[in-house]
Design a protein around this ligand. Structure first.
Ligand code: NDP
Ligand code: OXD
Length: 303
């Protein structure tokens, strides 16, 4: 029983040290596998194409928080995402930064600074801006708390509508009411068949006029053409995106040059090597002892 890690050398060095300390066998890189039947777990971003060559494979562990980039798995192989407080805090920070930047008109001021224009718009206090967060999971809840502490009126939307302490939550059947009061809409949803292209013209039309969009989920959730049209019509005022479809976004894409759009290259989070290795060790122990697997993906729900 061994874990195969497919990752960068600098991550591999850290995992090797921690696995050796824990007495857990690890193989670094597919080319180092001697007997494929020894591999029971693979940790990677993109899995190898030849998964069928590992007859005893039990799990794929994504080294990131998302798993939508991992295609179909052989029958019986389970999918796990990395749970790491560092990832969650980093994405929370990016979302809070983006919400504040849009709240305080930074796309405009960055544009004006390029030609030395000194011209201020009136600004609102945070308490007069309503933030709606789509996806109230681990990261959505963290972002909601911080934005609420900053004074924004925060609400959340999730599939289940499960309550979250101190935040008003709308369930999936109340999307319209949720959108109607989201001056800043934050997307922190996983990519599933239900959320693909969810951020489209129809959804933008249900937001208050002049709403702002913060997209940290996955690029394929956003209809970019619809976003650009909504920006041009004034239905959306500005947007900040960390994820696009495709990634990288081609240099000629018009969103790069839109004066009220800011794009960052999927830098919301990086998985800390130690945190990732500790999570994988927890997964191995849970699997061995028949316990609940931390970060196990429900393949029927898609996240
Ligand atoms: P979680 O699985 O903890 O939470 C997902 C949330 O989305 C849950 O609240 C869930 O509802 C909700 N949800 C899922 N599907 C639907 C739906 N169809 N309708 C309404 N709500 C839905 O995920 P995390 O918070 O850990 O991460 C969220 C996403 O953030 C990741 O999947 C990834 O795409 C993105 N991400 C981006 C990063 C970046 O660098 N930009 C880095 C890390 C993550 P319920 O509570 O009812 O289950
Ligand atoms: C992700 C990550 O899932 O960077 O986007 O962890």
């Amino acid at each position: 029983m061994a874990l195969l890690l497919i990752s960068k050398p600098e991550r591999a060095v850290v995992w090797k040290r921690l696995f050796e300390t824990a007495g857990e066998p690890i193989v670094l890189g597919a080319e180092a596998v001697g007997d494929p039947s020894e591999i029971t777990h693979i940790a990677c971003w993109v899995p190898p194409a030849d998964l069928q060559t590992y007859p005893n494979l039990r799990m794929i562990i994504s080294v990131g928080a998302g798993t939508d980039h991992i295609g179909n798995l052989p029958d019986g192989v389970r999918l796990v995402r990395t749970l790491a407080p560092g990832i969650e805090a980093m994405v929370r920070d990016w979302v809070v930064m983006a919400a504040l930047m849009l709240h305080r008109e930074m796309p405009l001021y960055i544009k004006q600074a390029q030609t030395g224009i000194w011209d201020g718009l009136p600004s609102l206090p945070a308490g007069q801006r309503r933030v709606g967060i789509m996806g109230m999971g681990r990261i959505g809840q963290l972002a909601a708390r911080t934005l609420s502490d900053l004074g924004f009126a925060v609400t959340g939307w999730s599939r289940s509508g499960n309550p979250v302490d101190g935040i008003e939550i709308y369930g999936s059947d109340a999307l319209g009411s949720f959108l109607a009061q989201s001056d800043i809409l934050v997307c922190l949803l996983p990519l599933t068949e239900e959320t693909r292209k969810l951020l489209d013209a129809d959804l933008f039309a249900r937001l208050p006029r002049g709403a702002r969009l913060v997209q940290a989920g996955r690029g394929a959730q956003l209809d970019m053409d619809a976003m650009l049209s909504a920006l041009d019509s004034g239905q959306l005022y500005s947007a900040m995106l960390d994820v696009t479809d495709p990634e990288p976004l081609p240099p000629e894409h018009p969103a790069w040059r839109h004066p009220r759009v800011i794009i960052t290259p999927h830098i919301g989070a990086h998985t800390d090597a130690e945190e990732g290795a500790c999570h994988a060790l927890n997964v191995l122990r849970a699997d061995r002892n028949g316990l609940e697997i931390p970060g196990l993906v429900d393949l029927a729900k898609g996240y």
